[in-house]
Design a protein around this ligand. Structure first.
Ligand code: MF3
Ligand code: CO
Ligand code: CO
Length: 332
């Protein structure tokens, strides 16, 4: 196993984005170690002393071939100001979303096939990165608000936005793989939680109930009804099983933007009054915990963990509201 304390040392004064990287690769710093350096602080923060999942070493940013069409934030890290005028999508966007979401589901399945004890999340990132490119897609998370990798890998007490690193998966872990592809000018987003080897019965129960929560949330989708129906259905099921529903992260409208301004709470929020209409496309992605729903975020600014250290699971689909109910788009 790699010793994170000696694996790699960045200089005290870091290069400017367009200067050559300090590692000697000859590549511009922003294309090489900048992403990894920005999360180097993870090894010094309080989380480095936690008993659970700890920050590992993050590899240099992967490149995407020039022929792949990129979202507006791919270079700057900042999504543009464009918001769709309405959450109700045109037939053209819906047709493109069907293709992107199918591709996202295929990439998720391809990544999941590699989950086993001993593989590192960075190796899963490398495999996934190629799967997007093979389909002509860009990994939506790559440089999204500066995020350094092509998927999120959230293990055990990590709620979401775990960054792939050099930690090998261990027998008994649970890991969520969250995949988003930018294809044909739109984003398709899905995730699932997988067992690594054999897991304890409580983790099995957590993962089963979390999948049920997502499906019950999706089944609550009906045109004419408020968005709050979704969280109401999810929270009722989680509560019945003595589990918590994370509040800090919501489902979201999605299409030509990765995240639109439409939010889908997974707990019951009576203020979520937006009425569902045919043509709306959004995600349902509940994060369910074996303990309390309180979270905190590591010093890397991304990795969200349960405050009490209890395990947590997540499933996600992108869905379309139809005239009669709902259609799941992220199916392979
Ligand atoms: N795929 C995540 C979601 O479900 C978003 C990840 S954004 C990242 O919304 F920047 F963290 F990658
Ligand atoms: Co996602
Ligand atoms: Co999402």
């Amino acid at each position: 196993m790699t010793d994170v304390s000696t694996a790699r040392v960045a200089p005290a004064v870091l290069p400017k984005p367009n200067d050559p990287c300090w590692c000697g690769s000859g590549t511009k710093y922003k294309k090489c170690h900048r992403g990894a350096d920005s999360v180097e602080a993870r090894k010094r923060g309080p989380e480095a002393r936690s008993r659970g999942i700890r920050p590992g070493v993050i590899s240099p940013i992967r490149t995407v071939p020039a022929h792949i069409k990129r979202p507006d934030y791919a270079v700057s890290g900042r999504p543009g100001r464009f918001f769709p005028p309405s959450e109700v999508n045109s037939a053209d966007v819906i047709a493109r979303m069907r293709r992107a979401c199918k591709a996202a589901a295929e990439v998720l399945n391809a990544a999941a096939a590699h989950v086993r004890p001993g593989i590192t999340t960075d190796e899963i990132d490398a495999i996934t990165h190629e799967e997007y490119i093979k389909r002509g897609g860009y990994p939506s998370t790559l440089n999204y608000h500066g995020y350094p990798k092509s998927l999120c890998t959230s293990i055990n007490e990590v709620i979401c936005h775990g960054i792939p690193d050099d930690r090998p998966l261990e027998d008994g872990d649970i890991v969520n793989l969250d995949i988003t592809i930018f294809l044909d000018g739109v984003h398709g987003d899905c995730s699932a939680t997988y067992f690594v080897g054999t897991v304890d019965p409580e983790s099995e129960r957590l993962v089963r109930v979390t999948r049920e929560c997502m499906m019950l949330g999706i089944e609550a989708i009906k045109p004419g009804r408020p968005i709050s129906d979704i969280g109401k259905a999810i929270e009722a099921h989680a509560t019945q099983h003595g589990m918590g529903v994370v509040r800090a992260y919501c489902g979201h409208g999605i299409g030509e933007r990765f995240h639109t301004s439409l939010q889908i709470p997974h707990h019951y929020d009576p203020e979520a009054k937006t009425i569902m209409e045919p043509g709306m496309i959004f995600t349902v992605e509940p994060m369910i915990t074996l303990g309390h729903w309180h979270h905190r975020v590591w010093d890397d600014g991304w990795t969200a963990v349960t405050a009490d250290g209890c395990r947590t699971a997540q499933f996600e689909h992108t869905i379309l509201v139809t005239d009669t109910g709902v259609e799941i788009l992220t199916v392979a």
